[in-house]
Write a protein that binds this ligand. Structure first.
Ligand SMILES: Nc1nc2c(ncn2[C@@H]2O[C@H](COP(=O)(O)OP(=O)(O)OP(=O)(O)O)[C@@H](O)[C@H]2O)c(=O)[nH]1
Ligand SMILES: [Mg+2]
Length: 355
């Protein structure tokens, strides 16, 4: 699905089991030969690995397979680059890409240095060019970071304004393709981009949410989705966008209830939430796509408590869960009720606590 989202057409797939990745090739050389045959037979023009490859492994594989070889990290970066729309989003992706490229180059340099400077010699062919590239990438990273700082300041101001208005903030989080934007649209009657693709949303959108009798303003934010093995550079790069989630009063953790891997996906989302410091923000689990879940797979009640495991400590906590279909609207009135109750139960800061 990642490959399709990036605009590629998968023509074959190989699964390989190993105790540990091979340092040089990631896979065994026999497996590499098998992949090469399959690639030739099926007319493939590129090989993708669903894991991260080290720069050396990537290089060795390209030599062995005589074809471009790329990894999951690059694929995700590629999709983010295609999708980014806002100024901030573009800068964030650019930064993550530069950092990916720079680590590739750094390792290639150390490899060259070993070849040319084995006996303590400095210099040698290519070193000047490499130094130049290194400096250029370093400069570009620095410039992009500076521009991002400016954009982040603006975002902070916007958030401060919302805080001053004393609004209750809710953030949608969840695995990519879970239906966050569909739910966002259904709840606030917006028309955020929805697609059966990974990372359809990259930029945070915020709208006011009206919850009947709740007499304070409530805002809802739609955010970028998470995925297994999200490249670290991207988590760092998107820290500003994801800050919305950290600062929220409540997280709506949207789960694709019809996906057989939903438990693993919940865990991956919890992991990222821990990494960005949002593990303790109150959560409601929204099991979406109720219309697509087989009736036999549903609990007797469409509203219950769910044991959420902490991504790192293993300690659990019980959170409220509700089943909805963002598409048909089923379950949404109940979700609105839960949200109204939460918004009303957090006292506005303005009211003196002990008066
Ligand atoms: N059957 C069914 N499909 C749904 C439902 N909600 C969303 N979808 C579909 O799921 C796909 C992904 O929906 P999005 O709202 O774009 O998901 P997202 O979580 O915002 O995804 P990203 O922004 O890519 O992370 C789309 O094809 C939607 O039409 C639902 O309640 N039922
Ligand atoms: Mg979306």
């Amino acid at each position: 699905m990642l490959a399709q989202t990036a605009g590629l057409q998968p023509v074959g797939r190989v699964i390989c089991k190993r105790k540990a990745p091979d340092a040089a090739l990631f896979i065994g050389s026999g497996k590499a030969d098998e992949i090469k045959m399959l690639a030739l037979d099926s007319g493939a023009t590129e090989i993708l690995f669903d894991q991260s490859l080290s720069p050396a492994q990537q290089r060795n594989l390209e030599r062995h397979l005589e074809m471009p070889v790329n990894d999951r990290t690059l694929l995700i970066l590629e999709i983010f680059a295609q999708r980014a729309r806002s100024h901030e989003g573009k800068l964030q992706v650019e930064l993550a890409r530069l950092q990916y490229v720079s680590t590739r180059l750094v390792r290639r340099w150390s490899h060259l240095e070993r070849q040319t400077g084995g006996a303590g010699l400095r210099g040698g062919p290519g070193e000047k060019q490499i130094e130049l590239d290194k400096r250029m990438i370093g400069d570009a990273i620095k410039r992009t970071k500076e521009r991002l700082i400016k954009v982040k300041k603006q975002r902070k101001t916007q958030r401060k304004q919302r805080e001053r208005r004393n609004s209750f903030t809710i953030s949608l989080v969840g695995y990519t393709n879970a239906g966050k934007s569909t739910l966002f649209n259904a709840l606030v009657k917006a028309d955020a981009y929805v697609a059966d693709q990974l990372f359809a949303t990259l930029d945070t959108t915020t709208r006011q949410l009206y919850l009947g009798e709740v007499d304070r303003s409530v805002s809802l934010s739609d955010t970028v989705g998470f995925i297994r093995d999200l490249p670290h550079g991207l988590i760092d790069a998107f820290a500003a966008t994801l800050q919305e989630a950290v600062d929220a009063d409540l997280l709506l953790h949207v789960v694709d209830g019809a996906n057989p891997d939903y438990l693993e996906q919940i865990e991956q989302v919890q992991r990222v939430l821990s990494e960005i410091g949002a593990a303790d923000v109150p959560q409601i689990l929204v099991f979406n796509k109720l219309d697509a879940i087989e009736k036999g797979g549903l609990p007797p009640q469409l509203q219950d408590m769910f044991e959420l495991r902490d991504a790192f400590e293993g300690a659990g906590r019980s959170v409220e869960r509700v089943f909805v279909s963002a598409q048909t609207g089923e379950g949404l009135p109940l979700l609105r009720e839960l949200l109204a109750r939460q918004a009303a139960s957090v006292p506005p800061d303005e009211i003196p606590q002990s008066a």
